[in-house]
Design a binder for this molecule. Sequence first.
Ligand SMILES: Cc1ncc(COP(=O)(O)O)c(C=O)c1O
Length: 445
Amino acid sequence: MPSSEPSKKVRSIIERDRKALLKTTRLPYPFVVSHGDGDFAYDIDGKRYIDFTSFIAVYNFGVGSPASVRKAISRQAEKIMHAAFYDFHAEEPVEYAEKLLTMFPKGFGRVFFSNSGTEANEAALKLSKLFTKRQYTLAFYSSFHGRTLGSLSLTASRTRQREHFGPFNSVVHVPYAYCYRCPFGKEYPSCGMACVDYIKKQVLTEELSPKEVGAIFIEPIQGEGGYVVPPKEFVKGIREIATDNGMLLVSDEVQAGYMRTGKFLALDNFGVEADIYTMAKAAGGGLPIGITVVRHSLGDIPEGAHSNTFGANLASIAGANATLDYVKKNMPTLREYSSGKGKLIMKRLNEMKERYEIVGDVRGIGMMIGVEIVTDKSSKDPGVRQHEEILKLCFEKGLLLMPAGTSTLRIIPPLTISKQSLEKGLDILEDAVKTVNSRTPRAGA
Ligand SMILES: Cc1ncc(COP(=O)(O)O)c(C=O)c1O
């Protein structure tokens, strides 16, 4: 059973990390990973943790990835890894792209490979400009599309991520349908989709000519921004705005895609299609890959307009190909996992919402679920301290959990997690919520 005190070895590695690596993003607990195995991750002292993070939505099919994926990567690594296949040619990325396209709606024709989510979105941003010859882009508040400068221009979830990095690409941000904290102070469904109206009647009437907007970037479910699930009408309304004005809709599936919601494409949950899709994270089975897929009717791009050295590489492509094979082979089971286990998680979390004042909102699709922690239900003040305490307590009891947004817990276990590990993880979570609830004055302990 993990203890609350980090070992000497753990403390020493964290200390060396602070000196050798630039500070990036860190969790409020000291986890130094050794290896993973299905439901579990192990630290360097051999302590075992139930994983509710999928290591930021990467290990959707088990921590460490299925054996078939690991073997395919090893085989390719033995043969050759880097092939410069955007200058030479190689069959593997072609075969993988052909297979991948069968997962997209009819009429999706070309794929660009890169090395990460942010690069997949960089490509989508550049391509949308190239295809439309329009210079502006719309994106949403609380969105996260990456941290390289083009993608960062689209991102608007924390000022700290943007501070000192401007000027940015010409992106105008508009409100997302964050119904728990409606930016217009309204309630769904009586709001009549005021957020969609605002884009049409204010932004695209008073500020920005729709003729100059090339694309709208949307996360079907906002990830880093707080696991925000919009109503279907919202996404449909955004699709309509794009269609009516000759703009491209770009669906950023980097976190929500790849079966996380029970569907390969998270946008499918809303009954609309995008014109460009981006993916990364889970696609590579643990190796880095970025994927940008464009509608065939958009055509091709001039040679040299966009490219890169690695395009992932052949080892990543092998990982991605084997991951896709795994998904195709297990599609009905994965769908069932996402919906069945998703329902189980929602039921337990909704019970917690009934019991504990600090559980403000529970929302999600499939196994992409957020729990927004507040100081109390009536003020809805973000429970920043509370959610951090919950993360720490869970860690001490053997559960890995990550935050999102200001005070949301993200519940994204591997889809393959056993019912036993899932129930045990939820028990640990409930114990932590109960403890923190009792320490929160306004929650009326
Ligand atoms: C929706 C979304 N888009 C883009 C990114 C950026 O991906 P990466 O960290 O691989 O650059 C992320 C990362 O969390 C994400 O969640």
